[in-house]
Design a protein around this ligand. Structure first.
Ligand code: ZN
Length: 288
C-alpha cells in the first residue's frame, strides 16, 4: 500500500459488501478487509461515516481485483427511502405537454425496485420506457437542510434509470407514479458513487443515454428545474433524510413515450447511461 496526497473516494457494493474502487483500472478493494474491520462490511453503515471514509480511502491507492461491473450491486443496495423527482427538466416538461411544477414534484420508487447498475430490465408490458437520471445518495441525512449545505449531506454521485411502465403509471387518476416506476429492476444505478466533494462541476454534469447505440437523451444537469440543493432543502423540510437514502433527480427530454411515433423498450434492447467523469451503466432488456 502506498500513500499519496490525494485520491478520490469511489464507493461500490458487491455481494452485500462495501467496496472501494481504486486506481486507474477501477480495482475493487473490500472495505472491511482492507480496514481490518474498522469499517463494517454492510454498505449502508459507511454513509454516516463518509468524511472518515474519505480520509481512509485516500490512503488506499492500489491492490484489489479488477472490477466486473456485471457483478456489482447498487452502491446503496437497500436504502430506507428512495425519492424521485418528476418533470424536473424543461425539455422533458415541454415534451410531456406539462407546465413546470411549482415545487419538486416528488414520488417514491419503492426500495425493492433498486437494482444493480447492469441489471437486466424485464419487459412484461407494452409501454416500458427509459429515463436516464443523475442519482445521489445521502451521507449524514438530517432535517431542515439548507440549500447551501445540501452537498455536505450527500455521499456521492452516480447515474441511473428511472424505468417506467407508462400504462401502469397512468392507470389511475391522479396517476400513481410510484407503482408504475417500481417493478422488478426498475431502479438500476451505479456503477459506483463518486465522492460528491471531489466533483468540481457537480451541478453541471454531462449526461447521456443511448438505446441500441443511438443517442436518445443528452443534457447538462445544470438544466434541472430544481437542482440537488433545492431538492434536498425541500425534502428535508418535510421528512428526515437518512444515511443511504437515494434521490433520482429527474430525466431530460428524449423519453420514448413523447416520441412521434412513441418508442418503448422490447426484449433485446440495450440501454447505456453515462454521466461523464462519473460512470456508465448498461441494461439489457429481457423477456419479462
Ligand atoms: Zn424519472
Amino acid at each position: 500500500m502506498t500513500i499519496v496526497a490525494h485520491m478520490t473516494l469511489r464507493f461500490a457494493s458487491k455481494n452485500g459488501r462495501a467496496q472501494l474502487v481504486v486506481g486507474p483500472n477501477n480495482n475493487l478493494v473490500d472495505l472491511a478487509e482492507v480496514s481490518g474491520g474498522r469499517f463494517d462490511s454492510d454498505p449502508i453503515k459507511a454513509f454516516p461515516r463518509w468524511s472518515e471514509l474519505r480520509e481512509f480511502a485516500a490512503t488506499i491507492t492500489d491492490g484489489g481485483t479488477p472490477t466486473n461491473v456485471d457483478e456489482l450491486d447498487a452502491p446503496s443496495p437497500w436504502p430506507l427511502q428512495v425519492f424521485a423527482i418528476g418533470l424536473n427538466y424543461r425539455s422533458h416538461a415541454e415534451e410531456s405537454g406539462m407546465g413546470l411544477p411549482a415545487v419538486p414534484l416528488t414520488f417514491t420508487k419503492f426500495t425493492s425496485c433498486i437494482a444493480a447498475p447492469n441489471a437486466n430490465i424485464p419487459i412484461d408490458a407494452p409501454m416500458v420506457d427509459w429515463e436516464v437520471e443523475l442519482v445521489v445518495v445521502m451521507s449524514s441525512g438530517g432535517r431542515n437542510i439548507k440549500k447551501a449545505d445540501a452537498w455536505k449531506h450527500i455521499a456521492g454521485i452516480s447515474v441511473g434509470q428511472d424505468i417506467s411502465d407508462r400504462a401502469l403509471q397512468f392507470a389511475a387518476q391522479p396517476p400513481h407514479f410510484d407503482l408504475g416506476k417500481s417493478k422488478k429492476n426498475y431502479g438500476p444505478f451505479g456503477p459506483w458513487l463518486v465522492d460528491a466533494a471531489e466533483v468540481a462541476d457537480r451541478d453541471a454534469l454531462h449526461m447521456t443515454c443511448t438505446l441500441n447505440g443511438e443517442e436518445v437523451q443528452n443534457t447538462l444537469t445544470d438544466d434541472l428545474v430544481f437542482n440537488v440543493g433545492d431538492i434536498v432543502e425541500y425534502l428535508s423540510g418535510i421528512v428526515e433524510l437518512l444515511p443511504g437514502d437515494v434521490i433520482f433527480t429527474g430525466t431530460p427530454g428524449g423519453v420514448g413515450v413523447s416520441r412521434k411515433p412513441a418508442v418503448f423498450l422490447k426484449p433485446g434492447d440495450v440501454l447505456v447511461s453515462t454521466i461523464e467523469g462519473i460512470g456508465t451503466t448498461t441494461n439489457k432488456c429481457t423477456q419479462g
